[in-house]
Design a protein around this ligand. Structure first.
Ligand code: TYM
Length: 346
């Protein structure tokens, strides 16, 4: 029997999109375990688009332009060092694809003011300096994020738990636009892995590990000196007991460390509980510190090497910009046409 004829082109792989802000010199373990590891894994089966959200990075006040530019490159180098592969994934900088800001405007015009003000992240961040001090950009931040996503019509958006509400708004806006005009956007699903959805602060284990909120001792930065990270693990806050057991409610510190240990080594939490049964926290923390050092040391070396080759980074970004802009521009043209804007003359 003859084989069925092969299709002339392979079926398109479903799409995945996500972004990260360049607001620090280094990503931290929350970013890595909550989202970035999934980015790398999803490249296998999806048409992946990953970008550096530099437009979002100025919503809390201007960064020094030199620092911002350097952080964007550092972010790209870290993604490459982690295993994001520019042959398989489209990597780009948000500000280099103008369709993001253009679609954001249209979506802002179908978002209620109250709806934007109710977003938890806006409430938390604007509460810090008083709402009167917050920028309008901080208010419209989630709408720009919706534009980032909807332009690419992805099936999944891999993120940590803190982004869930923004994904809900994105789906609401997509549905609203589709109803008001005609079906244009796909409603994306959040892709949030339960075990690592919220990595917590080592010093305050009920709070999210975060570049803005955590003290330096509570956060493990991927590009930090590995000896410093090992020390932070050894001095992580734990409860007064001795038992290495996963119990988020009563033992949040140990539970967070178990989560980190398990996801870094691939050993299951019950397996780790058994291995450290009766051995106390000291041994456990020491072994976890070793696992962290084993992970960050080669990662840091690779990142620094990549940062030495700026021409290569820029070539990857130029290619990514072109590929991303082609997709984004098509969606934006549909949107403009449906809203009733005149087609641009060029
Ligand atoms: P950002 O830059 O704050 O964080 C990048 C990713 O890391 C995840 N994350 C965590 N996950 C688990 N535990 C933690 N402690 C932790 N801290 C951070 C975040 O959930 C995120 O997935 N608004 C986004 C950037 C963005 C975006 C987008 C994301 C802009 N446009 C479009 C997806 C799609 C943000 O601030 O991520």
């Amino acid at each position: 029997m003859s084989e069925p004829a092969a299709p002339s082109s392979p079926p398109a792989r479903p799409r995945v999109l996500s972004g990260i802000q360049p607001t620090a010199d280094s990503f931290h373990f929350g970013n890595y375990l909550g989202a970035l590891r999934q980015w790398v894994a999803l490249q296998e089966d999806y048409d992946t688009f990953f970008f550096i959200a530099d437009l979002h990075a100025i919503t809390m006040g201007q960064q020094d332009p030199k620092v911002l530019r350097s952080r964007v490159r550092r972010a790209v180098a870290q993604l490459l060092a982690m295993g994001v592969d520019p042959q398989r994934s489209t990597m780009f900088i948000q500000s280099q694809v103008p369709a993001h800001a253009q679609l954001a405007w249209v979506l802002e015009c179908i978002t209620g003011y109250g709806e934007a003000r109710r977003m938890t992240q806006f409430k938390d961040k604007s509460a810090k300096g008083g709402e009167g001090q917050a920028s309008v950009g901080l208010l419209t931040y989630p709408i720009l994020q919706a534009a980032d996503i909807l332009l690419y019509r992805p099936e999944y958006v891999p993120v940590g738990e803190d982004q869930r509400q923004h994904l809900e708004l994105t789906r609401d806006l997509a549905g609203r636009f589709n109803n008001r005009y005609e079906r244009t956007f796909r409603l994306p699903e959040p892709y949030i892995l339960k075990a690592t959805a919220k990595i917590t602060d080592l010093q305050e284990p009920t709070a999210k590990m975060s570049k803005s909120a955590s003290s330096a001792a509570g956060i493990i930065e991927l590009l930090d000196d590995p000896a410093v990270s090992a020390r932070k693990i050894r001095s992580a806050v734990t409860d007064s007991g001795t038992e290495v057991r996963f119990d988020m409610e009563h033992k949040p510190g140990i539970s967070n460390l178990l989560t980190i240990f398990s996801s870094l080594t691939g050993r299951s939490v019950p397996d780790l509980e058994q291995a450290y049964d009766g051995r106390g926290y000291g041994d456990f923390k020491k072994d976890l510190a070793d696992a962290v050092v084993d992970f960050v040391t080669p990662f840091r070396d690779r990142t620094l090497e990549l940062l030495d080759d700026v021409a290569r980074l820029d070539a990857i970004l130029r290619d990514g910009e072109e590929r991303a802009a082609a997709v984004a521009q098509r969606t934006l043209a549909d949107v403009y046409e449906r809203v009733g804007f005149m087609a641009p003359s060029r």
